[in-house]
Design a protein around this ligand. Structure first.
Ligand code: SAM
Length: 242
């Protein structure tokens, strides 16, 4: 893990509104992927997944990224009493595993077809609440208060810093003081990305990532995997926000 003590130098735009045409393109293309083969585009290790294999792969991810990190995630709270927010839930692979650990799960995705499939797959999980969102904010969730927020292989697909910064601002708004937002961004700057490419997201340097968190008040306490496709960030909301 990298310490967050170094000082960021960056030109990240903080409050530029997302481009509505780009957001619409993300929605259209993720809907197309979901209709063609949602599970493949969510987890490309296989083109065909059985239910058991698909949801077990989500449990494995939750085990490695959350259950081995419960000190940061729960900070002494009972998971059964916690409300969790998930951004980019796809067809519910991770959401199911989250609902087996935490009290309430609120999950959003830009794609109506992904959301339809997630709701269908999680009919038996009344504590999983799944919504189609705007593609750049969390207004659809109203004023919920989350104890922990998580996003897995989602921001790597978003080609706009404005959209990602907007989500970070929104998570900050909905997290309880002290709460953690654990997520990944694209860290590989050697990738040939394009502003309109909804598969390969915009890369972040270590300084960019720190600046993005600090811009809205987060403490970027840990980072791991800078320079790679799986650049993990642990953003904590201060116990006493300014
Ligand atoms: C690779 S899938 C991962 C799904 C899920 N996190 C998992 O690991 O099973 C990426 C998901 O992000 C969603 N997504 C892409 N852009 C988004 C955006 N701007 N807002 C919300 N969701 C988005 C896609 O619709 C897709 O379901």
């Amino acid at each position: 893990m990298t310490s967050s003590e170094d000082s960021p130098e960056t030109n990240l735009p903080v409050s530029t509104p997302p481009d509505p045409l780009l957001v619409e393109k993300m929605r259209r293309e993720w809907d197309e992927r979901a209709k063609e083969n949602a599970r493949y585009y969510v987890a490309t290790a296989r083109s065909e997944w059985s239910d058991d294999e698909y949801f077990e792969s989500g449990r494995q991810n939750v085990y490695h990224e959350i259950l081995t990190d419960m000190g940061n995630v729960c900070r002494g709270k009972d998971p059964g009493d916690m409300t969790v927010l998930e951004i980019g839930c796809g067809s519910g692979r991770i959401t199911r595993a989250l609902s087996e650990v935490f009290g309430q799960v609120y999950a959003v995705d830009i794609s109506g077809e992904m959301v339809r499939q997630a709701k269908e797959a999680l009919r038996d999980k009344p504590n999983a609440h799944i919504f189609q969102n705007s593609g750049s904010d969390l207004r659809v969730l109203g004023e919920i208060q989350a104890d922990f927020a998580f996003s897995y292989i989602v921001f790597q697909h978003i080609p706009s810093r404005e959209v990602i910064q907007s989500y970070v601002n929104e998570v900050y708004r909905l997290l309880r003081p002290g709460g953690l937002f654990k997520f990944q961004v694209q860290g590989d700057a050697s990738l040939k990305t394009a502003p309109e490419d909804t598969w390969l997201g915009v890369p972040f340097s270590d300084d960019d990532a720190v600046a993005m968190g600090r811009a809205c008040g987060f403490e970027p306490r840990h980072r791991h995997g800078a320079g790679t496709q799986y650049f993990w960030l642990w953003f904590f909301k201060p116990q006493n926000p300014a």
